[in-house]
Design a protein around this ligand. Structure first.
Ligand code: COA
Length: 199
């Protein structure tokens, strides 16, 4: 209580979120453990990050070697808010989900990618649901939002299944690798989350 008051008085919400994230480095769902990455995940990361199809719609670079993966671990995967998705049953890292906090606006966005061999089994819906729970019940954010290329329908399905609302489509919103893409926008508010969870 006192800590919270101090953070708010100093206007330093960013530090509050960093602290809370550092206290929630592991999250659990029925089938998954979300945890920090380590160098031991190199081969598993390579499986999804070297796959042209899996990386087609994400900003992550498509890795070509285990050395590149090691660099990505140092520069990206080890950052605060970036979670390895481990399948408990196999003790294998099958993907990544990250939360990107905008502390000025008390909101967050996220990104995700899963090893293609594990698509369409509900894993990312399960991972996103726990990230939303973290966002609203621990971080007490007001809004979580995300975008996906309109043609990447599986990503939109995951957002819908997690009760995010469609907010509209930006026609030819981004120019990537020589062509324009339409982008779909989704969001969920804390008030939506609370009423869905009977709070
Ligand atoms: C998007 C992604 C993370 C989804 O992960 P996942 O674990 O397969 O997702 P889920 O199984 O929880 O849900 C996927 C849903 O999309 C549906 N789906 C899959 N491919 C689809 C397609 N081509 N068209 C329409 N729906 C599709 C599935 O049927 C499922 O819906 P359902 O449960 O109603 O049947 C995964 O496909 C992926 O890693 N893609 C590459 C990276 C990426 O695009 N990231 C998002 C960038 S915005």
């Amino acid at each position: 209580m006192f800590i919270r008051l101090n953070f708010e008085m100093e206007g330093n919400m960013g530090r509050k979120y960093d602290l809370l994230l550092s206290q929630h480095k592991q999250l659990y769902t029925n089938r998954l453990k979300l945890r920090q990455f380590s160098m031991e995940d190199r081969k598993d990361i390579f499986e999804f990050s070297s796959d042209e199809e899996a990386t087609k719609y994400v900003t992550l670079q498509t890795n070509k070697s285990l050395d590149q993966v090691a660099n990505s671990i140092l520069n990206y995967y080890s950052k605060s808010g970036v979670y390895a998705i481990e399948l408990k049953e196999e003790k294998k890292c099958i993907g990544c989900i990250d939360i990107r906090i905008d502390s000025d606006n008390n909101k967050a966005s996220f990104g995700y990618i899963l090893n293609k061999s594990y698509w369409n089994k509900g894993y990312m819906t399960e991972a996103l649901d726990i990230i939303l729970r973290l966002s609203f019940e621990v971080l007490k954010l007001n809004r979580v939002e995300a975008n996906h290329y309109s043609e990447n329908t599986a990503s939109g399905k995951v957002m819908k299944k997690c009760n995010m609302k469609y907010e509209g489509r930006g026609i030819q919103e981004v120019f990537v690798k020589g062509r324009y893409y339409d982008v779909d926008h989704y969001a969920i508010l804390k008030s939506d989350w609370d009423s869905l969870n009977n709070k």
